[in-house]
Design a protein around this ligand. Structure first.
Ligand code: PLP
Length: 369
């Protein structure tokens, strides 16, 4: 049997580097609740991400869910269905109604020309997604948010390290959420962070991640438990030392993919965005079966027979999930439906070899008819 080529492989520091980082925990016995590693990682990330405030979380989803709670949003939130379950779930779990805006066909982020027509007197926020690390049209979103007095929370789970016009991506909007899940460009095993400008928001969200505890005798909000522990933070401290090199390696992987697949008829690949320093988080291709001769599902299944594991990322759309049965009309987001049926994200991680990339691409080309 051929070697398996998985869709992703988590970045890890050398074993000795991690052991060295965690060894003093056996002296302090301080394992969680905003310990020393936690503080170091928060401060290092502030610098790396070019932001004023960072708050760490046990995972990205809880960060997003508690960010929404801390903002006291009400009614409706405009978002996109072409994303991971987390984005929509965070809205619904806060008792809010997601209103789905379509994506654009160029970079699959929210179609800003369609936002204003979805705004009602119940709308309180926009939660766009920097999907695949592609930067949303942040200027237009900012203009709309100001005009209608809406909050903006970016799901930046994919966008760690991305810069736009020389600024860290999290400098845009009121709040940005990063995920540090094992499969993301930068990981703390599980983990996540919020970046924000308003220090009052910071105080609220920091209480919410620790049960809403204000001090020893006062619990004044209905919080959850979403604290990052010291082993996660130590993993982050180590991985952050190498993330620049990892992103450079990812760039080489993507360039190899582009060289192989860039001019295959019926396959569309993402184009680089203007003014964006990318993080090369994902390599999605969109397969037009009428031209290519095979459907996305046929390619996905064939790759599997070759021990190559790609992902239908993002399929299904969140507005067609079984748990929302009958609640949303996917006809409202036709481009998201189109892309979702045809997109395939290919194996991508820093150490994916050129040989294996070529094997993946040749297998895909075998499906061409
Ligand atoms: C990974 C991801 C999340 C959630 O992150 P976790 O850290 O896994 O909780 C949220 N949104 C998007 C788009 C993601 O890909």
């Amino acid at each position: 049997m051929k070697e398996k080529i998985l869709v992703t492989r988590s970045s890890m520091p050398d074993f000795d580097e991690y052991i060295d980082e965690i060894s003093d925990l056996w002296e302090t016995h301080w394992l969680t609740n905003m310990g020393e590693k936690h503080c170091i990682l928060e401060n290092t990330l502030k610098e790396y991400l070019n932001v004023e405030n960072v708050s760490l979380f046990s995972n990205g989803h809880m960060a997003l869910e508690l960010a929404i709670q801390a903002m006291n949003l009400t009614g409706e939130v405009i978002t996109t269905p072409f994303t991971f379950a987390s984005t929509t779930h965070a809205i619904v779990r806060n008792g809010l109604t997601p209103v789905f805006c379509d994506i654009n066909a160029e970079d699959y982020t929210i179609d800003v020309t369609k936002i204003e027509s979805l705004i009602t007197d119940k709308t309180s926020a926009i939660i766009p997604v920097h999907v695949y690390g592609n930067v949303c049209n942040v200027e237009e979103i900012d203009r709309i948010a100001k005009k209608y007095d809406l909050k903006v929370i970016y799901d930046a789970a994919h966008a760690f390290g991305v810069k736009y016009k020389g600024k860290g991506i999290a400098e845009y909007g009121d709040v940005s959420m990063f995920s540090f899940h094992a499969t993301k460009v930068f990981n703390t095993i599980e983990g996540g962070a919020l970046c924000f400008k308003n220090p009052e928001f910071g105080k609220r969200v920091n209480r919410l991640k620790n049960f809403g505890i204000r001090d020893e005798e006062v619990v004044d909000s209905i919080g959850a438990n979403a604290k990052m522990n010291e082993f996660q933070a130590a993993m982050g401290i180590c991985n952050l030392r190498h993330v620049h090199a990892e992103i450079e390696k990812r760039k080489k992987v993507i360039n190899r993919y582009k060289k192989n697949l860039g001019d295959v008829l019926g396959i569309t690949i993402l184009q680089p965005q203007d003014h964006v320093q990318a993080n090369y988080a994902y390599f999605p291709i969109v397969i037009d079966d009428k031209i290519f001769g095979s459907t996305r599902n046929e390619v996905y299944n064939y790759l599997k027979t070759q021990n190559i594991f790609s992902r239908k990322y993002f399929y299904p759309l969140t507005n067609s999930f079984d748990c929302f049965h009958g609640q949303f009309d996917t006809n409202q987001t036709p481009i998201a439906v189109y892309i979702s049926k045809r997109v395939l994200t290919l194996p991508l991680y820093a150490d994916l070899s050129f040989d294996n990339i070529d094997i993946v691409c040749n297998a895909i080309k075998k499906c061409q008819k």
